[in-house]
Design a protein around this ligand. Sequence first.
Ligand SMILES: [Zn+2]
Length: 197
Amino acid sequence: MSNDPFLLDVREPLQAVGVPHHVTTTGDAPVRLGGEMLGVAEGTPVEVVADLTNLGESLLVDATVHARVTGQCSRCLNQLDVEHSLHISDVFGMTPDFIGGDEAEEGEEPLMVEEDRVDITQLLVDEAGLTLPFNPVCEDYGLECNDAIPAPDGISGEETVVDPRWAGLAGKLDEVAEDTEDTAGTAGTATDTDKDA
Ligand SMILES: [Zn+2]
């Protein structure tokens, strides 16, 4: 675990208040980020670019993770393999009596600096869960779906069913057409014209 890219060393940033420290780490993702259909697989090489700022009682961690996300298009099952970035920004407490704002209200454990390090793993797991689509499709990534798209159940059939009201109207139109033809035919004969006059 010594090479965990999501475990950031904060010894230097903690030495001066208000000065952002730029930190870059690389390594393999220790956990999967994202859902079943699309995500950063465990073991994928990632790069973390972070700014760590000592705010006095807490440490602001602003980090962007660059990694490949892989998965499948939920429509045509094409393989997806794209560059993706995840961004997180949160504060970690430095003292045991630090109470994180949002976290404390939700009854969760406040984020803490522990052993001169911050662990952004859970923040990234949450962010990936929120931002990566559960049902990714090719067009989300500038790709086109395979032509042979299986029609989803129950949709292809509905389009060919004629509305009963239109079906009735269509029948009436046929009758009108037949009447017109009869009239035209009758008017055309000399005998009928004499009878009418
Ligand atoms: Zn597709």
